[in-house]
Design a protein around this ligand. Structure first.
Ligand code: ARG
Ligand code: ZN
Length: 466
């Protein structure tokens, strides 16, 4: 599935322009526009993603040995040049690259920090669809995020918990590692028999021979690299199809099974409830991986199959499920807008409580609003948390949800839900920005909402109650 790049993304890429051109050897003497830039132009993570091409498909063939922590990988990327390319970058951190080909011909490559710089034998012309094969191996490990949390390939006592937000995809496969670039994926993962390898999408096959089991997974709908997983462990597996025809695959660490069971049982009804609110569930597959990985400390909305580091609370299941619409199907254009993911998923929790006999959203709002003016909640604007420790901080989640509650009060319930549904449908499998969301809210409501969003989203400090 080719990623559709909305006009706004194209504009952003254009704006990033030659200023963000590669750091590599060709330097200023290279013909203008011939080297793909080292980043996608996102000020929060300047080296995340790459310029000059889009990846439509990743074929990842992996073998992992949990005992030694060794990973063997072959990545086959199908990409299209968006400019003439004498060289281009992929994002890859650590690991040893043993070979790179472009269109089946050996290509020169070198490492430069987290960039794998590839120079094909001959320049790729603009619009050319090409195939890059990278063979690599080593002992993958996570990156440490500014908030101290681990992200990427995180070894566990029986495998690995593989979660890539925001930067970790590059710890286990060469990627165009920015949500601007969305692609379909095929995974072929071989692990010792008795272990299970869980990726995104639909399980296409599973075969055991000579003491090793190979799992084949397919993620057909477009996916950002950070939402890919290849989680390995000893899991109890449950599979079924919902009334809506969604294929569910749950993999649960036996140590978490008793606590997880009553929550996972709710998954079909949570997805049905969210579909009624937000519009049709975007994917043909669903499920969960419930691992036992206390070193992780968070859950992630890995596409179609969220990851939990322990048996989740129902509210967490609701949150990660809501991300399938908001964050996964509708992706960020730039990380600054992270509240479009976390504020929406948090507000889904509030709505769920409200409609299932719990406290109302107003109640959740009031409890937060009661916090004193010097509380961390008001320390920075939810609409621009910075790329440091605050990117997944309370203001992004809680104030992000408070913004939506203010919007709901301003436009009324019916219009509010119509705005959410229209957001999900107009940007399905694509991207959105804060400016596009606020414009949609104004269009749908016919109201001037500039000061509302300015106060609740873009200003730090505790707002006066409207
Ligand atoms: N997006 C995740 C959630 O559902 C949180 C991810 C946190 N990631 C991290 N590296 N700390 O809220
Ligand atoms: Zn979240």
């Amino acid at each position: 599935v080719a990623a559709t790049i909305p006009v706004a993304v194209a504009a952003l890429l254009a704006a990033a322009g030659p200023a963000s051109a590669g750091t590599g050897a060709a330097g200023p003497t290279a013909p203008a526009g011939s080297a793909g830039s080292a980043g996608a132009g996102d000020p929060y993570f300047p080296l995340a993603g790459n310029g000059g091409y889009h990846v439509s498909h990743y074929g990842l063939t992996l073998a992992y040995d949990p005992k030694t922590g060794h990973l063997d990988g072959t990545a086959v990327l199908t990409a299209r040049a968006t400019q003439r390319l004498t060289r281009f970058d992929l994002d890859l951190r650590g690991l040893k690259v043993t070979g790179v080909t472009v269109d089946h011909r050996k290509a020169a490559h070198r490492r430069d920090g987290q960039e794998l710089v590839v120079t094909p034998r001959t320049a790729l012309r603009k619009g050319h669809e090409f195939r890059v094969t990278v063979t690599y191996n080593g002992t993958p490990g996570p990156v440490t995020d500014p908030d101290g949390s681990l992200d990427g390939w995180i070894p566990t006592d029986d495998g690995a918990f593989v979660a890539g937000e925001p930067q970790g995809a590059m710890t286990w496969f060469p990627a165009n590692n920015h949500p601007q670039d969305k692609s379909s994926y095929d995974f072929t993962i071989t692990v010792p028999a008795g272990h299970t390898a869980v990726a995104n999408g639909v399980l296409r096959g599973q075969r055991t021979a000579h003491g090793r089991t190979t799992y084949r997974w397919r993620q057909s709908e477009p996916m950002a690299a950070y939402l890919a997983t290849a989680t390995v462990g000893k899991f109890k597996v449950e599979q079924y199809t919902t009334r809506d025809g969604v294929k569910v695959y749950n993999a649960v660490d036996p140590r978490e099974a008793a606590k997880a069971a009553p929550v996972l049982k709710e998954l079909p009804s949570v997805l049905e409830w969210e579909s009624r609110l937000f519009g049709p569930y975007p994917y043909r597959a669903a499920g969960a991986v419930v691992d036992h990985a206390p070193q992780v400390g968070y859950a992630l909305e890995t596409q179609t199959r969220p990851l939990y580091d322990s048996a989740p609370a129902l509210s967490t299941l609701v949150h990660e499920s809501a991300h399938q619409w908001f964050g996964d199907s509708v992706s960020l254009t730039r990380w600054k807008d992270i509240w479009l993911n976390e504020g929406f998923a948090t507000y889904a929790e509030w709505l769920y409580d409200e409609q299932h006999g719990g406290p109302s959203a107003q109640n959740a709002f009031d409890t937060l609003y009661a916090r004193p003016a010097d509380d961390r909640l008001w320390a920075y604007p939810a609409g621009d948390p910075g790329s440091g420790a605050a990117i997944f901080g309370t203001p992004v989640y809680a104030r992000g949800a408070m913004v939506l509650h203010e919007l709901r009060k301003a436009v009324g319930d019916r219009t509010f839900l119509r705005i959410l549904r229209t957001w999900a449908s107009e940007h399905r499998y694509g991207h959105g920005t804060t400016a596009q969301f606020t414009a949609l809210a104004e269009r749908q409501s016919g109201k001037d909402l500039k000061s509302l969003f300015h106060t609740w989203l873009l200003t730090k400090g505790k707002p006066d109650k409207a």
